[in-house]
Design a binder for this molecule. Sequence first.
Ligand SMILES: Cc1ncc(C[n+]2csc(CCOP(=O)(O)OP(=O)(O)O)c2C)c(N)n1
Ligand code: SF4
Length: 293
Amino acid sequence: MPNSTPEIFQAKDYKSELKPIWCPGCGDFGVVQAIYRALASVGRSPHEIAFVSGIGCSSRIPGYTTAYGFNTVHGRALPIAQGIKLANPDLLVLAAGGDGDGFSIGGGHVAHAIRRNIDLTYIVMDNQIYGLTKGQLSPTSPRGLVSASSVFGSLEDPVNPLSYVLGYGARFVAQGTPADMAGLATLIEEGIRFPGFAFINVQSPCITYGQPDAQLKAHKSMMQSLSALGHNSADRLRAFELAQSYGETLYTGVFYRDEHPGPTYDQAVRERQQTLSARAVPRDRILDAFIPR
Ligand SMILES: Cc1ncc(C[n+]2csc(CCOP(=O)(O)OP(=O)(O)O)c2C)c(N)n1
Ligand code: SF4
């Protein structure tokens, strides 16, 4: 038998030659670094990874990796990522985008990916603003925010992404910040290794249009580790309670991890296909099912 030594990958192996065009100081630089590290720890070859995003500054992220990337349509990362996972369940599938991409135009898709428990990792770079289109209100913008589209201050309460996904039954929910790069890389790795849909909210500051108190320097003094707090990530109700502090306390770590997540949608679909292919109808007889008897 040939001697097949498994290939060892390093963070640099996931870095593409494209130079990011994010503003200097954008939090997304730290997020992509954390992704390189997480992928190196997981150790899958770049050609076995599909990285799907929507539209926005943050959605440029797949292009900065050596994975197969698809920068899709605004808000549509999740449907496309799910389709890819169903077509080829052996791929490691990552989806990513901004808070606008995920919780306004794409908000409807989040619930369905969660309830299917499809095995992919969804990373939202939450900067509480629309960055690419130059600073309009986003669904996670705080009430009162003065922005390009709310010159007298926003009159709306923000969406809380953490309780949103917990409410729909997400089985893995975490939050991180590039201010703690090592911690963020570990969370992304845990999300990838989780057998099912994993959601990671990353507080990733927009240095150009974001609030001064939401920048990396501020994160360093604000963040509180859930594990240092003694949080038991199997306790879903406590996770809900802690999630209520979104916008006030920057908790980092795993809010909730289902210890018995059950079958994933991609596994269930594959099993169904196998069962049905055993009683497959020849192609030229498929329409016979519609002949009235
Ligand atoms: C269907 C559609 N509607 C609107 C837009 C314009 N648009 C592009 S990105 C974006 C929002 C970007 O904000 P976010 O998703 O939070 O990402 P960020 O740029 O902050 O990383 C909008 C409204 C678009 N490209 N397509
Ligand atoms: S506009 Fe904001 S989100 Fe976009 S690249 Fe610049 S700092 Fe990052």
